[in-house]
Design a protein around this ligand. Structure first.
Ligand code: BV8
Ligand code: ZN
Length: 257
């Protein structure tokens, strides 16, 4: 489990040791979850939802069944999140990962998040395991849909101009398959990496949550950054407890000294 090492007052134990391992790593995979966007004001998926949305189960809203049952409710949930994203900016955690990608020989970044904050922080070739909230498509014919200025405030989803089908966000809902090309890419990178860094995920949602254990079984060193232990902490050799926006910049700073 976690390495024991002297830590300065403001950083969790193990940061210096993990920074040393990172600096030596040739092939790194990073998996992020909702926790890395929390400091940008994006509500995490399982934290207690506030206000109107607290009465709904996100695993029902984020499902084809939920959309079929009440397309307007699901559309309004996604548009509230979309509008929130327009008012959010990448935080120091996103920025540190973008800088890390530039400092290391090979860093593959896979995210469970549907926001575009990694891209806006400068990360390249981000693998979106669960799709993107910044893209939309027709549920029926799958044609891409470009939001009109009215769509984000509409109470029901727009309809496809080609076939009249309902427009939905281009995200992966519960019960839906992850994009095959993305899965292949992250699976291969995980099996051949020498360090796997998992940041800000509760480790509940499959198949993403199986990646840390796959990395460990393939011989990689697994490091977790989280506020609290999660379902994947048992797969980690090092657990760095703290905010992503504090721990990731600290790792980068150690690497640069
Ligand atoms: C599939 C897009 C084939 C939509 C999402 C095997 C076993 C059991 C169940 C299954 C299985 N295989 C499939 C399933 C069913 C299901 C599943 O896993 N269910 C779970 C709930 C048990 N999986 C699927 O359906 C997947 N499809 O496998 O297809 C299939 C289908 C059916 C049956 C068999 C096979 C599709 C899953 C994708 C669902 N779509 N998102 C949208 O976003 O609206 S998932 C959703 O959860 C988000 O993407 C989110 O990112 C993701 C994971 O949640 P987290 O990111 O971990 O967020 P969470 O809030 O949970 O945790 C936040 C963490 O951050 C916490 O640990 C917290 O401590 C930490 N934190 C907070 N602040 C900070 C921080 N850490 C650091 N710094 C901070 N500041
Ligand atoms: Zn259509």
């Amino acid at each position: 489990m976690s390495s024991a090492s002297a830590a300065s007052a403001e950083e969790p134990a193990g940061v210096a040791e993990v920074a040393r391992l990172l600096a030596q790593a040739q092939r790194v995979v990073v998996l992020t979850g909702a926790g890395i966007s929390a400091e940008s004001g994006i509500a995490t998926f399982r934290d207690a939802r506030v206000g109107y949305w607290s009465q709904f189960d996100p695993e029902v809203l984020a499902s084809p069944q939920g959309f079929a049952r009440d397309p307007g409710l699901v559309w309004r949930w996604y548009m509230e999140r979309y509008r929130g994203l327009l008012n959010s900016v990448p935080n120091r955690g996103h920025q540190a990962l973008a800088a890390l990608q530039g400092a290391l020989p090979q860093l593959t970044l896979a995210t469970q998040n549907v926001d575009d904050l990694h891209e806006r922080a400068g990360s390249r070739d981000v693998l979106h395991l669960h799709g993107s909230l910044t893209a939309f498509r027709c549920q029926r014919c799958k044609r891409p849909h470009h939001l009109s200025s009215d769509d984000p405030l509409a109470v029901t989803p727009p309809t496809c101009t080609t076939c009249g089908g309902l427009v939905r966000p281009a995200v992966v809902w519960f019960g839906e398959l992850l994009p095959d090309a993305v899965m292949q890419a992250v699976w291969q990178a995980t099996q051949s990496c020498d360090l796997f860094l998992v940041v800000g995920t509760s480790g509940v949602v499959m198949p993403a949550a199986a990646l840390p254990a796959l990395a460990r079984s393939a011989g990689a060193t697994v490091v977790e950054v989280n506020l609290t232990p999660s379902e994947v902490t048992g797969d980690a050799h090092h657990f760095l407890q703290g905010k992503a926006g504090d721990v990731l910049p600290a790792l980068l700073a150690h690497m640069q000294t």
